[in-house]
Design a protein around this ligand. Sequence first.
Ligand SMILES: [Zn+2]
Length: 253
Amino acid sequence: MDDRQRLRYSRHLLLNEFGEEAQERLLRAHALVIGAGGLGSAALMYLAASGVGRITVCDGDRVELTNLQRQIVHRTSSVGEPKAASAAETLRQLNPDIRIEALEERASPERLGFLVRGADVVLDCSDNFATRHALNRACVAERKPLVSGAGIRFDGQVAVFDLRHEDAPCYNCLFADDTVEAEERCATMGVFAPLVGIIGTFQALEAIKLVAGVGETLAGRLMLFDALASGWHEVRLSRDTQCRVCGSKRAAA
Ligand SMILES: [Zn+2]
């Protein structure tokens, strides 16, 4: 770190539990963020401001006027632009110190596998089950920590699957991809703006702790947030030994 960086990150360096070594680890880290919507907006801003040295943001959509109520990484002037490029522009202005890669695409499962392989931590800020499950499969295969978030109406949830560890549950242990669940989308259900900010910020917090090696992460727990009642609820997660994604792979290993 040079003197300017020491100044920029001084409030991290002042923390006994964080300090210079953790900040150095952060500056060397590569975070992959899938989705630059409401969750991704908050997560990306905190990852960039905190000094995660390399951030890849992947989103195939374009900014729409209806996004701006909650997707704070985008600007009114960005309507019509690809979300990945719009987010990257905001992040570069926020912190020119770090490397931002914008991928204007809806990544296929094969592509996700490639992207996950190069990352130290993965944030699922997507809005559909197909992407969530494909990303989980890639993280299980590559044994990368996955920070999963979701938010709809007034309900949010966040979980960490630290798949670097043999006995860690995966996303599919919790929400199996063969269960028939109605896809709930913001477009039809509505979403309370600060909710996705809270959940996305929580995802950034967990991702930073994972790569900086600070504190105890949320691994093995699911936090549910009710924004109307302002209440948190915690659920302990355990591995499903019959899980079709992580169970067979580990039995075979
Ligand atoms: Zn599993």
